[in-house]
Write a protein that binds this ligand. Structure first.
Ligand SMILES: Cc1ncc(COP(=O)(O)O)c(C=O)c1O
Length: 426
């Protein structure tokens, strides 16, 4: 609205402002509830669930897994991004259906938990951990899971961190496999081909406690670039050229044969479909596209379907919307914006999420957000009673999934399983 009034001042016409305002008057967006959400609601009520809950639809999850697998070219490995599917049950399901043993892990508690639950899984760190956190890993890993440490690829981003890890390996008397983070254009740190990278790889080669596990080059920036005038294609070529140069250097240091088995990790959900051969990457990592929060509503991910929803009970359903202290304006607001006619207060709120059912529900900027009982407004056709459920789509999974306790797995019209989530996201 600020943009609008500024434009009107520039054009200097009150009449024009009136016309513009009429053109912008929002229509009634509410309507009948989606049969799908009514079915999920029925399942939640039958399961006796009456608190805000993260629901994962197993059939939709499976469809997304199959979509992902269908897009991978022959020989391309798949690595599960654990932070985006932050639950052992969920990861286990994805592992079984994809047949992969590769995970990307992002923090110390997650590393420890996965090491104990899935000691045979390969874990590539998705971000470099401070060396003290790496030390804590070895100190805290229970003896019976100690084999898991051999399946970890420790991500290093600088010569300094490599030197720290070399000292740690020495101190602990442990071998460490090192994966070098590449900057393939995201500019979130990491190495590029050149003298420093070569020196790092030579240092790894010279150290009997270290081994070279491969590279990780993450490129989500590609998805945000415009396709116009070849921008995106140019950036994709930049990713490939930068990665290829690093691989060539690794070949010089370790020899071409030694490179055959290394991890050449690339991509994320928004970009995995760009890897249609295994010339550069030997595996892609992705997680979010399997549950598809709203941030992943992109063109390339169109074949993926939303598979995760916050379901929360309505605490109060009110036939009118009243603004505290501004009641005199309620009628005018309703006339101007029919979507503000009715009100529900939901159990909890203030999540990184958008309401999706009943249709047309929206937050009220004037009333504000609430983590306790959040106000949502809808149009005159809004029909929902206390104890029924409102559904919201999370913007992202990694933090939002952790806010609701065990995931409720929805399958064939029922809640069939509960999957505990991780304790930590960072
Ligand atoms: C290193 C790395 N690889 C891959 C991913 C992709 O994760 P997702 O598929 O959930 O977007 C991420 C996400 O942050 C990441 O940090």
């Amino acid at each position: 609205m600020i943009e609008l009034s500024r434009r009107n001042v520039i054009l200097g016409g009150a009449a024009l402002a009136g016309v513009t305002v009429l053109m912008m008057k929002p229509g009634d967006k509410s309507g009948p509830r989606d049969a799908y959400f009514l079915d999920v609601q029925k399942a939640l009520i039958s399961a006796g669930i009456a608190v805000p809950t993260m629901v994962v639809d197993k059939a939709r999850l499976n469809a997304n897994i199959d979509t992902l697998k269908g897009f991978l070219p022959p020989g391309m490995g798949y690595r599960i991004v654990a932070k985006s599917l932050p639950s052992l049950g969920l990861i286990d399901h994805v592992r079984k259906r994809t047949g992969t043993d590769r995970l990307m892990t992002f923090n110390l508690p997650m590393l420890l938990e996965i090491s104990q639950a899935m000691p045979e899984a390969s874990q590539l760190l998705g971000k470099p951990l401070p060396v003290v956190a790496a030390r804590h890993y070895f100190e805290r890993l229970p003896l019976e899971a100690s084999g898991a440490a051999e399946n970890i690829q420790w991500l290093v981003d600088t010569p300094e961190r490599l030197a720290q890890y070399a000292s740690l390996a020495d101190d602990m008397g442990r071998d460490m496999a090192v994966n070098v983070e590449l900057d393939v254009g995201l500019h979130r740190g990491g190495m590029v081909a050149g003298a420093d990278l070569k020196a790092m790889m030579e240092a790894i080669k010279a150290n009997p406690r270290l081994s070279f596990a491969g590279f990780m080059g993450y490129d989500p920036h590609i998805a945000s670039l415009p396709t116009a005038m070849g921008w995106r294609d140019r950036a994709i070529r930049g990713v490939r050229t930068g990665y290829a140069a690093a691989l060539a250097q690794a070949g010089e240091v370790f020899g071409a044969d030694a490179l055959a088995g290394i991890t050449r990790n690339a991509a994320g959900s928004p970009t995995y479909r760009n890897y249609q051969d295994t010339e550069i990457a030997s595996e892609v990592s992705a997680g979010s596209c399997l549950v598809k929060p709203t941030h992943f509503d992109t063109e390339l991910l169109e074949p993926h379907v939303p598979a995760s929803f916050i379901a929360t009970p309505v605490i109060k359903s009110l036939p009118v919307t009243q603004m505290p202290g501004l009641e005199f304006a309620d009628g005018a607001t309703r006339a101007w914006n029919p979507n503000a006619s009715k009100t529900v207060f939901i159990y909890g709120g203030n999540w990184l999420a958008d309401p999706v059912d009943p249709p047309g529900l929206q937050y009220n900027k004037t009333f504000g957000r609430s983590s306790n009982q959040e106000m949502l407004n809808g149009g005159p056709d809004l029909e929902i009673s206390a104890d029924e459920f409102v559904f919201l789509r999370p913007h992202q999974s990694e933090a939002v999934f952790l806010q609701f306790g065990d995931i409720a797995v929805y399958e064939d019209g029922a809640i069939t399983e509960r999957w505990p989530v991780f304790d930590y996201s960072a």
